[in-house]
Design a protein around this ligand. Structure first.
Ligand code: CTP
Length: 218
């Protein structure tokens, strides 16, 4: 019997949390890692949806791309697509906080409060993990220190099957860079060290590894 096509949901990019139409809080994510993951997933034949935060990148060929701005938008689009996916790879660098007050007009500079009250954005991965049925959940952990320890904590907290840990904040890996250094930590505790490489190459290696490991190949 022919096997069903794997349905893959990938999130990528930053989110932007506006407090008026021209000002926002965000982070320097370019979306490249998740973008390449979505492309690699498509290339091995998976039906792929990419939920992409604000990014200069084009839609990857053959990938259904949904563009979003805020964490709330990303949550809503992810929830819609999650039910129908077999595997979620949550590479987005979701902005953790947003201004509590949002106004619809540009605030005059003299009237901008110098202390802005913030509130937490929803934790998308945690929310989806609570709705998990058969889906395989893979998160990312962006860290500047204690990489494996912090990543393992996130794997547990968010009930993941695996987590991709990467060091950010350096010159040759992480946000904005074309290359990256990642380790994949499985729920079993197994750690797979990928050689530092271009994000494109790493994405392809990661997808092939995950496909074999979770028995998703055709
Ligand atoms: N994530 C999410 N929603 C958020 C924050 C993070 O879904 N509001 C997801 C990320 O996409 C990633 C994982 O959770 O897959 C871990 O994100 P990371 O930024 O490394 O950690 P946080 O959970 O934000 O925790 P901390 O900032 O304390 O490291």
């Amino acid at each position: 019997m022919a096997q069903k096509t794997v349905r893959c949901l990938v999130t990528a990019g930053p989110t932007q949390e506006y407090f008026d139409p021209v000002r926002f809080i965000s982070n320097p994510s370019s979306g490249k890692m998740g973008w390449h993951i979505a492309k690699a997933a498509r290339e091995i034949g998976w039906e792929t949806t990419l939920i992409l935060g604000p990014s200069a990148l084009s839609d990857p060929d053959g990938v259904k791309t949904v563009r979003v701005v805020s964490a709330q938008d990303m949550l809503e689009e992810s929830e819609k697509a999650f039910e129908k996916c077999d595997i979620l790879i949550m590479a987005a660098a979701v902005c953790d906080v947003r201004p509590k007050l949002k106004v619809g007009h540009k605030v005059k500079k003299g009237e901008i409060p110098l202390t802005v009250e913030l509130e937490r954005t929803p934790d998308i991965l945690l929310t989806l993990s609570k709705k998990k049925k058969e889906q395989i959940l893979i998160g990312f952990a962006a860290e500047t220190r204690n990489l494996v320890e912090y990543a393992k904590e996130k794997l547990e907290q968010k009930n993941l099957d695996a987590i991709v840990a990467n060091i950010v904040g350096g010159k040759s890996s992480g946000f904005g860079s074309d290359s990256n250094e990642i380790v994949l930590i499985m729920r079993s505790g197994e750690i797979i060290d990928f050689n530092p490489a271009e994000k494109k190459t790493l994405a392809s290696h990661l997808i092939k590894f995950v496909s074999t490991k979770f028995g998703l190949e055709k």
